[in-house]
Design a binder for this molecule. Structure first.
Ligand code: ASP
Ligand code: MG
Length: 604
């Protein structure tokens, strides 16, 4: 008899009829010979309603009382579902998070799960009961037994954590969409359902996927190897399978907080090519990388910094073996770019650096923990290592540094992040079982603002200080980009630094950085929130030349200017003007052949 954890979201238990339909589905699963733990959210928009009520009483209610209030929503739905099951003749019992023993940190409104007691659930399962558990809530472990919540949308996290703790065969997340789609169908009407996606891809697609699946749930699934299925509670369609890599078994203690970084990786077989002062207009990146792809050269990191006086810097890394050819392409293109640039700005210039290494920290645990990237920068600074390029994605931060600093950097990072297994050398590409489509899905994020910090002194420790300050304010930074060009001000070499943060954090981030800027010797801090970030994600793009070029070309064809570029192994993101975002998303969805015939219905 297999144990399955099913989770039903608010819309799936939004009415009496829906609760009865869920009870039927649960019954069917039991009759097929499974034992079942069912996690439910609050009915429909109950939680929103409770938040509204609180706001009518208090402009700034305490987080403790908010948890007390919001956790009631789930208590209603577990009782009703349990009754519905009993009416069908199925033995069932409802349990709150406290009754189960879902032990969390004492952080109200955003608690992470530390441990789940399984004895009581196991006892009820043994007695043939379906156990219906309130999602989204837990209890502090010692002393006052305070009720906590995991943060909005947290029932997914409850469900996957239960599946991990109970070593369930799988965790099924029932929602009102048919699964994970290649794009948001409200923007791209011909978006298609994905049959399968890896956890890493899912995490990189956060802004697309987060509406369907809480990123912390994906993090737990990945860390504990829980097979996840996302499917509609309205149909019998199979939905999307979210697959996890085979990792070493890990302890269930400190379930959500044990490890923020899983691996330290390095690659010393890289070289950097930078193209400085290229004109800031549509088509430049497309031209450069199309030419490089045409020569069948595979590019690893790509970074385009913000423009200063109407020109951009584009830098990329390639393996050393193909450096000469990549450099030749860039050099051949530079004069052509110059003729179109405003003459007064000087010439586009190619700069090559062969003695570099890439060091990265990777792990799903860094999501929502802005301190981790800052800690990496601080660690490098303390080891006296200067950072030449930074590239960030949801689950990885990579820094390009001088090759001679590589060993020192790795040793320091392994120590700080407590990685005792040997660091992973990334030279050979992973063997892919079947040739994958290079791009699995595309995402659009209107929620970011761009921050530029001018004239940051080019010495170890600056990124650590600046991003450390933001981390202290709990501000998560998404993209981080350093300009390649060095400008000497009062005898000090400086670079511009740009990053993106959530719009809601932008003013706070600006004032924090502005306050620190004079003392650190930095210049102005600028904010632009009229931006959009478009991304392509796919594990199949690893080692495939030309994928980024195709994205840039699609944007160029639409006359869309690219303001910033960053990449990770499985993701390319571009910042464009806000009013181009929708067109940009549609164009890249199309160019990678993700569109399909089937019309996917999603509720409003
Ligand atoms: N009811 C909570 C919310 O609406 C938790 C959840 O639905 O996952 O955020
Ligand atoms: Mg919900």
């Amino acid at each position: 008899m297999a144990l399955i954890v099913q989770k039903y979201g608010g819309s799936s238990v939004g009415s009496v009829e829906r609760i009865q339909a869920v009870a039927q589905r649960v019954m069917k699963t039991v009759q097929a010979g499974n034992s079942l733990v069912v996690v439910v959210s609050a009915m429909g928009k109950t939680t929103d309603g409770l938040v509204k009520l609180a706001k009518e009483i208090s402009a700034n209610p305490s987080r403790r009382e908010m948890d007390m209030l919001l956790s009631t929503g789930e208590q209603v739905s577990i009782a009703l579902l349990s009754m519905a099951l009993q009416c069908l003749g199925q033995a069932a019992i409802s349990l709150t998070g406290a009754q189960v023993g879902i032990v969390t940190e004492a952080e109200h409104s955003r608690a992470r799960i530390l441990h789940i007691k399984t004895e009581r659930i196991e006892r009820h399962l043994q007695d043939g009961e379906v156990v219906v558990v309130a999602g989204f809530q837990g209890i502090t472990g010692n002393g006052d037994l305070e009720i906590t919540t995991l943060g909005r949308g947290g029932s997914d996290t409850s469900a996957v954590a239960l599946a991990a703790a109970l070593q369930a065969k799988c965790c099924e997340i029932y929602t009102d969409v048919p699964g994970i789609l290649t794009a948001d169908p409200r923007i791209v009407p011909d978006a298609q359902l994905m049959r399968e996606i890896t956890c890493d891809e899912m995490l990189e697609l956060a802004s697309l996927g987060a509406k369907v699946l809480h990123p912390r749930a994906v993090e737990i699934a990945r860390n504990y190897g829980v097979p996840l299925v996302v499917r509609s509670s309205w149909t019998d369609d199979p939905g999307t399978l979210v697959v996890s890599p085979k990792l070493q078994p890990r302890s269930l203690e400190n379930l959500e907080i044990a490890r923020s970084v899983d691996a330290v990786e390095f690659d010393t077989d890289q070289a950097k090519v930078a193209l400085l002062r290229v004109p800031d207009r549509p088509g430049v990146a497309a031209r450069l990388f199309s030419e490089i792809a045409y020569q069948d050269l595979d590019v690893d990191l790509i970074i385009q910094s913000i423009h200063e006086s109407n020109t951009n810097d584009i830098a990329f890394t390639v393996s050393k073996a193909i450096l000469k050819r990549a450099e030749a392409v860039a050099a051949a293109l530079a004069p052509a770019l110059r003729t179109n640039a405003q003459q007064s700005l000087g010439e586009a210039e190619v700069m090559v650096e062969e003695q570099i290494a890439k060091v990265s920290i990777a792990g799903a645990g860094m999501i929502g923990r802005p301190g981790i990237a800052a800690q990496m920068f601080a660690t490098l600074a303390n080891a006296g290592v200067n950072i030449q390029m930074i590239s960030t994605s949801e689950i990885k931060v990579s820094c390009v540094i001088s090759a001679q600093d590589c060993d020192r950097a790795i040793a320091a990072l392994c120590q700080v992040f407590d990685i005792d297994t040997s660091p992973i050398q990334l030279t050979a590409l992973p063997e892919l079982p079947t040739p994958l489509q290079p791009v699995r899905g595309v995402a659009l994020d209107f929620n970011q603002a761009r921050l530029a910090i001018r004239h940051v002194p080019d010495r170890p420790g600056m990124a650590a200080k600046l991003f450390g300050l933001l981390a202290q304010k709990n501000i998560s930074v998404d993209m981080i980009i350093q300009s390649q060009r060095c400008r000497v001000i009062d005898g000090v070499p400086t670079r511009d630094l740009a990053c993106t943060v959530a719009q809601a954090d932008a003013q706070d981030a600006r004032s924090t950085l502005e306050k620190a800027a004079p003392e650190l010797g930095c210049g102005d801090v600028l904010v632009d929130d009229a931006i959009a970030k478009v991304s392509i994600v796919g594990a199949g793009m690893v080692g495939q030349p030309g994928v980024a070029a195709q994205m840039f070309a699609a944007l160029a064809q639409e006359q869309i200017n690219i303001q910033m570029i960053t990449t990770s192994e499985i993701k390319v993101s571009c910042v464009v003007a806000e009013d181009c975002g929708v067109r940009a998303l549609q164009a890249i969805h199309k160019v990678f052949g993700l569109a399909g015939e089937q019309k996917i219905e999603v509720p409003a």
